[in-house]
Write a protein that binds this ligand. Structure first.
Ligand code: DX5
Length: 235
């Protein structure tokens, strides 16, 4: 992250992909107790990505289990068709993939009309330029650090220059936009992503595999990210 840019608050947004799907409400409550800032639902349709996960009713069933916000990562084709349902289910932030709709600008406007906050996601091969004309519509840009569809994949470190490019673009335009990263984020990778400019961290596997439990994993990830921000800012 360019040292002339003020660091943005670190937010931990766990993926529930590794959670026990037979008790998702309890799993959300355990994440909230562990100190996460919000919960990300990885919505997959089996078309945009080769996996199938949560419909809006599943998310709605978990809404009352926690107080923290929900966000829906819409890894789906034609997100326009269902996005209103995810807003109604209690997702306060909807993340639309730039690659998933022909009319991205209109789709992000539809998210805002549905009463949700809008964000846009970029797959690894998609350039920052794909979103430069919709930055005025979003509060966050998600830079995927894996190819979407599954948890537990290896972090793609070559996304760090892309994160830095996006951070610079957002700063040069004076926009109040978070940068989220998703995929392979853990103790060994969070510093690179954060130093490049990310401040919202999606993690799944790394949180659930910590032998000291979710609370330790969340605190450790946050501490490592904040240390990396301080280092980058001091550089
Ligand atoms: C990919 C998913 C994953 C998940 C987090 O489509 O979006 O990135 O949220 O996965 P890991 O286990 O890598 O943190």
């Amino acid at each position: 992250m360019p040292s002339d840019l003020p660091p943005r608050p670190i937010h931990i947004a766990p993926s529930v992909l590794p959670a026990d799907f037979s008790k998702l409400g309890e799993e959300c409550a355990a994440l909230e107790a562990a100190g996460v800032d919000r919960i990300q639902w990885d919505v997959m349709d089996g078309q945009f990505v080769p996996n199938l996960t949560f419909g809006p009713d599943v998310i709605a069933a978990c809404r009352s289990s926690v107080q923290i916000p929900f966000e829906a990562h819409l890894m789906v084709n034609t997100p326009e068709v269902l996005l209103d349902r995810y807003a109604e289910a209690g997702c306060e932030l909807l993340i639309v993939h730039a690659e998933s709709t022909i009319h991205l600008h209109r789709c992000l406007g539809q998210v805002r009309e549905a009463g949700a906050r809008a964000a846009v996601a970029l797959n690894p091969s998609t350039p920052v330029s794909a979103v430069e004309h919709v930055l005025d519509l979003v509060e966050m840009v998600l830079v995927m650090t894996v190819n979407p569809g599954f948890g537990g994949q290896a972090y793609i470190a070559t996304m760090e220059p892309k994160i830095a490019e996006l951070r610079r673009l957002v700063a040069d335009r004076g926009l109040d936009i978070d940068i989220e990263v998703d995929g392979g984020i853990g103790p060994d990778t969070v510093a690179g992503a954060t130093a490049a400019g990310a401040n919202v961290l999606v993690a799944g596997s790394a949180l659930y595999r910590d032998p000291e439990g979710l609370g330790h994993a969340v605190a450790d990830l946050r501490a490592r990210a904040e240390a990396a921000q301080r280092g980058a800012h001091a550089a």
